[in-house]
Design a protein around this ligand. Structure first.
Ligand code: 5GP
Ligand code: MN
Length: 337
């Protein structure tokens, strides 16, 4: 594994034709946005490029230009595995451990393609041949903007590419709010707006298309399921399968719910627990110094960033909550800093 060298990458792209762009399972705006931005760029160069991802993205991301051209392993397993096997170059975006490809992991491991990883999560694994890792960056999409500019200059960024990049930045920064949002992030957004990217339309596509039941589910979570532990400046919410069925849950519906706890004065650490296919998905967020990435790695087999991370638990949802609450006292000093 070596740090990325733009001249070398230029050569890799020039010398090879069959390229696959992949990103993590349980897709989000940044994984889809950065993958499709790079896809459009490479297609513009005339490359034989495909996007292959483990599973479908939530509905509120299906409008992104090029989404229909994505190959989804869960729906089209054989074709995706053929694409992976035939690839000469494999771009791995917005993740840094192959296990995050879920059932696509073995084909990525077996692939002989030159692996190039571009990512902003902490503590990258050593699987890629070339690594561009910038944990300080707001999003992989911001990195893709800079990467394309380094290779070819800003003039090659079309409105289509810009729309994908803006989507990644908007969703991964919580609408330009999280601490990873830098002056560079805003400069990239400014360039995209200058290119004609329609930011109001993107915002509405993402945040203005919820089902009535989803808004009601949020209300239910906030009024019935929120637990606050003032002594630890911590809040959490949880959802069982039964509750999700009651509110016609579809993948992605609870996106952003976890953040609401942080709007309570004094709360600096929040968790959200949700039953998903026999396990409990854990989402963690914090404001300030509390490191949710370390917490997720230590206790929930996960990871992510300092202020936003996730993981899973094989215990029941009740036991997972008990475990979470029993851990809080040992973090009391860090939580009350
Ligand atoms: P979310 O809570 O929205 O699912 O995830 C928040 C952040 O944590 C994302 O940046 C995501 O990449 C990371 N993350 C979520 N789940 C996992 C996981 O199971 N393992 C690792 N390593 N990171 C995760
Ligand atoms: Mn990301």
């Amino acid at each position: 594994m070596k740090k990325i060298d733009v001249t070398e990458i230029e050569q890799v792209v020039e010398d090879n034709n069959k390229i696959v762009v992949t990103s993590h399972g349980a897709p989000d705006g940044d994984s889809i946005g950065s993958a499709l931005a790079l896809y459009h760029y490479l297609k513009g160069l005339g490359k034989d490029v495909s996007v292959v991802i483990p599973d479908d993205a939530p509905r509120f991301l299906h409008w992104i230009p090029g989404y229909d051209e994505i190959n989804i392993h869960l729906n089209d397993t054989k074709h995706c595995e053929e694409l992976m096997a035939d690839a000469e170059v494999l771009f791995c975006l917005d993740f840094n451990a192959l296990s995050r490809l879920f059932r696509l992991t073995p084909s990525a491991e077996a692939s002989k393609a030159i692996k190039i990883c571009i990512d902003h999560h902490q503590e990258p694994n050593s699987f890629p041949d070339h690594l561009l890792s910038e944990p300080g960056k707001s999003s992989t999409a911001e990195m893709i903007f800079e990467f394309i500019c380094l290779l070819d200059g800003e003039s090659v960024i079309t409105k289509e590419i810009g729309t994908c990049i803006y989507t990644g930045i908007l969703t991964d920064t919580g609408s330009f709010k999280f601490s990873s949002t830098s002056s560079d992030t805003h400069r990239v957004a400014a360039s995209l707006i200058a290119l004609g990217v329609n930011i109001a339309e993107i915002d509405d596509n993402i945040f203005g298309t919820a089902k009535k039941e989803t808004v009601q589910l949020l209300g239910y979570c906030l009024s019935e399921k929120m637990v606050v532990h003032e002594e630890f400046q911590t809040a959490f919410m949880s959802l069982t399968q039964e509750e999700m069925v009651r509110f016609k849950f579809e993948k992605g519906d609870t996106e952003g719910f976890v953040n609401y706890g942080l709007t309570i004065e004094g709360v600096r650490f929040v968790a959200f627990f949700m039953e998903v296919r026999g396990i409990v998905k854990v989402s963690l967020r914090s404001i300030g110094d509390f490191n949710t990435n370390e917490f997720a790695r230590a206790h929930f087999n996960g990871g992510g960033h300092k202020n936003a991370s996730g993981g899973m638990s094989k215990l029941s949802i009740e036991e997972t909550i008990e475990k979470f609450e029993s851990l809080l006292p040992q973090y009391k000093d860090q939580l009350n800093k």
